[in-house]
Design a protein around this ligand. Structure first.
Ligand code: ZN
Ligand code: FE
Length: 252
């Protein structure tokens, strides 16, 4: 099994998962990085999975699907105009080459029709869960996003978290301001800096790692409760997300 994070656009990742030379990609916002990876590794594109309708995630899906003759799987949302297979919560996407099966989870919050795909020990979570962060609430409510994140957080420890953007360093800076004595978080920040310096992606992480460092999965931890001082969990989560919206990286 090969799992690659293909950098695309400004800070997106298109995920490529392959078995031998049979590959699928997730959220191809542009075609060129996919074509380069297929050519370099001698792979054939056999399926496309989409998590949500934003152009940086779906931009090249139709083009790649047509050129390679493979099915585009997408959530039920008319804003994704063309898809070969529509998926929703509780569905299972069973592929034969590559032979992977994915459970589809509805994860509203960033958008209302956002889905995640879980299978082969991997979670493709789009812009719902990021490493050390979560997506902005463009359409859903804080209660919806919190429930979505908690569903994802309940998946097995070793699940590899394949998110849609390279935001880890900024997310660590925000998280450290609220959770400064979290040693696992400090270690994650140092790791992300080192990965960035080597020109490597900071992802995937694992769900066990995210549970230890991601403030949006840690709203019940004493440090987060002390920092946010709001008793109601949903209101506490909403305040955390609001503060992230306003957060700017300190000047270096
Ligand atoms: Zn998005
Ligand atoms: Fe995005």
């Amino acid at each position: 099994m090969t799992l690659l994070a293909l950098p695309a656009l400004a800070d997106n990742y298109i995920w490529l998962l392959a078995q031998g030379t049979d590959a699928l990609v997730v959220d191809p916002g542009e075609a060129a990085p996919v074509e380069r990876a297929l050519a370099r590794h001698g792979m054939r594109l056999r399926a496309i999975l989409l998590t949500h309708h934003h152009p940086d995630h779906v931009g090249a899906a139709q083009e790649l699907g047509a050129r390679h003759g493979c099915a585009v799987h997408a959530p039920r949302d008319e804003r994704i105009a063309e898809a070969d297979v529509r998926v929703g919560d509780g569905d299972r996407v069973v592929l034969h080459a590559p032979a992977f099966a994915f459970d589809v989870l509805a994860v509203p919050g960033h958008t209302l029709s956002h889905v995640a795909y879980h299978g082969a020990g991997v979670l493709f979570c789009g812009d719902t869960l990021f490493s050390v962060g979560c997506g902005r609430l463009f359409e859903g409510t804080p209660a919806q996003m919190l429930a979505s994140l908690e569903r994802l957080a309940a998946l097995p420890d070793a699940t590899r978290v394949c998110c849609g953007h390279e935001y880890t360093q900024a997310n660590c800076a925000f998280a450290l301001a609220l959770d400064p004595s979290n040693e696992a978080l400090a270690a994650r920040a140092a790791q992300a800096d080192a990965q960035h310096a080597r020109g490597e992606p900071t992802v995937p992480s694992t769900l066990a790692e995210e549970r230890a460092v991601n403030p949006f999965l840690r709203i019940d931890a004493p440090a987060l409760r002390a920092a946010l001082t709001i008793e109601d969990r949903v209101a506490r989560f909403a305040e955390l997300r609001r503060r992230k919206d306003d957060f700017r990286m300190p000047a270096p």
